[in-house]
Design a protein around this ligand. Structure first.
Ligand code: CA
Length: 275
């Protein structure tokens, strides 16, 4: 009798264990079905990298451009632990008064980097902090505002470089792509993706452009996609340099008597190309 009871108990135990195992297996199978596809892994180790966090001033940069604006390397004034940062700002004296839509007025202040053509894919990114004064001034007047300029080489005139992609700030505070044709004129402004994040003032943001070997361009802010586009077919596929910093269009001082100044901070500029 006892043997029979023991056998029955063992039988029940095995049955329960089997059921539990089946349920667990089933749950795992369902979970596997429901989980999103795995995020793509990090790209292979870049074979070309340029980085500047301005800790050694302008070490590594190959030139600079200052017109109607200036920049200095200072300790991070935002208390965000960024170390040295680049502060760019509009400078006096204001230029002559010109029509607000005069096309050749730009204010620029940035170091730039040039090198021999690097095949795609490549990325370019920087951290930015825009003061409220500059942000509102730029947005209120609808000025374009370039954060990153991604240069390829000119396919026809063999110039040193040609702007292939820049970024601008829309009236809605969302960054957009400005894709250039082979002459450097604006070719395409892909609309932002739904729910694209706004570039808020007085906060650090990471802005990044990735251009794939197929010419696909992805603009992201703080690791969220903002806009996607495609290189103009006539531009050469590669990267020869670029810059971040301050680059605004029109004459934002003469067009606004209430202009109160403002500045942009830039840090952790980085270019990477990989295979
Ligand atoms: Ca830094």
């Amino acid at each position: 009798m006892r043997v029979a009871q023991a056998k029955r108990a063992i039988g029940w135990a095995l049955l329960v264990i089997s059921c539990v195992a089946l349920v667990l297996f089933g749950c795992g199978f369902v979970a596997a079905l429901q989980s999103p596809s795995p995020a793509p892994g990090p790209p292979s180790t870049p074979w070309f990298v340029f980085e500047s966090g301005f800790e050694n001033g302008l070490a590594g940069w190959t030139g600079q451009n200052k017109r109607g604006a200036d920049f200095v390397i200072i300790s991070d004034p935002t208390g965000s632990g960024m170390g040295k940062v680049m502060k760019a700002f509009i400078v006096n004296p204001p230029p002559p008064l010109l029509p607000e839509d005069f096309p050749y007025i730009t204010r620029r202040a940035y170091p730039n980097i040039w090198f021999s053509l690097k095949p795609l894919p490549c990325s370019m990114q920087e951290d930015v902090w825009v003061s409220r004064e500059l942000y509102e001034q730029v947005m209120r007047r609808g000025n374009w505002y370039s954060l990153l300029s991604f240069f390829d080489s000119d396919p026809r005139r063999d110039r040193k470089g040609h702007v292939a992609v820049t970024t601008g700030l829309g009236d809605d505070g969302v960054l957009y792509l400005n894709i250039k044709d082979e002459k450097g004129d604006s070719f395409d402004f892909p609309p932002p993706l739904p729910n694209a994040p706004r570039l808020t003032p007085q906060e650090w943001h990471t802005v990044k452009i990735v251009v794939g070997a197929d010419g696909r361009i992805t603009l992201s802010q703080d690791n969220l996609e903002v806009s996607v586009g495609q290189l103009h077919p006539m531009t050469r596929r590669g990267l020869v340099g670029g810059h971040g910093g301050l680059y605004v269009g029109h004459d934002i001082r003469s067009s606004d008597p209430d202009y109160t100044g403002g500045f942009i901070l830039t840090d952790n500029f980085r270019i990477a190309c990989w295979r």
